[in-house]
Design a protein around this ligand. Structure first.
Ligand SMILES: Nc1ncnc2c1ncn2[C@@H]1O[C@H](COP(=O)(O)OP(=O)(O)O)[C@@H](O)[C@H]1O
Ligand SMILES: [Mg+2]
Length: 202
């Protein structure tokens, strides 16, 4: 266990520390696949956040002190709207999102077994008007757990739009360009799922 200030990156920031402490977050676990230069282990690191495991096994995304974004609040609200697709949001503030921890791994092109589930989740985002915007690179933003469940992470670039293209992006990422085009035209998710089961179980 380490003091939460040691997970603030790349330099100390008083307002981040104060907000976390005011919300009762003082210590985190040094655990995960990545190590910060100061030796603290973390679940992940991106361009806007550092993600650490808390004492009660939740994932805490802390705004990077050098993030170009002033606040994580918009991201957190979109993520909350994506409940059931994204890790559940428990609390958030300008500098943090406290969410469900996903004990899983990033997907790769070989993970076609979870593609139907991923397409359904992408469709769920479409129907809630959420454009994720990074699903052309699902390898960076999708985790799968042992039970084969998938979670779409990181709503940093997401926005609310009338015609989201998450399903199209996922299909394109997996090289299913023709199916993506057909979906854009007919917008029939059942048809896409049938075609996927033909491809992969035939
Ligand atoms: N809820 C979570 N459970 C487990 N690992 C997570 C969770 N959220 C994020 N991570 C890990 O942290 C990484 C960075 O998080 P992300 O939200 O993409 O940050 P950024 O906006 O800075 O790119 C992810 O790619 C993932 O490996
Ligand atoms: Mg990211």
């Amino acid at each position: 266990m380490v003091e939460v200030e040691r997970a603030i990156y790349p330099h100390s920031d008083r307002s981040i520390i104060e907000e976390l402490k005011a919300r009762g977050i003082r210590k985190v676990l040094s655990y995960g696949p990545l190590e910060l230069p100061n030796g603290v282990r973390v679940l992940g690191k991106g361009k806007t956040g550092i993600v650490v495991l808390t004492e009660d096994f939740k994932a805490l995304k802390i705004r990077r002190a050098d993030s170009p974004k002033e606040t994580l609040e918009i991201e957190a609200k979109i993520q909350a709207r994506a409940e059931g697709v994204a890790p559940k949001v428990f609390d958030f503030g300008r500098n943090f999102i406290l969410m469900e921890y996903v004990n899983g791994r990033h997907i790769s092109r070989e993970d076609v077994d979870v593609l139907p589930k991923l397409v359904e989740k992408a469709h769920e985002l479409d129907s809630r008007g959420i454009q994720h915007d990074e699903l052309v690179r699902p390898w960076k933003n999708v985790l799968r757990d042992e039970g084969g469940n998938v979670y779409i992470l990181d709503y940093d670039d997401a926005s609310i739009r009338p015609n989201p293209r998450n399903v199209t992006s996922v299909l394109t990422a997996f090289g299913l360009v023709d199916l993506a085009k057909e979906y854009s035209r007919v917008k029939d998710i059942k048809y896409v799922l049938e075609r996927l089961s033909q491809f992969f179980h035939a």
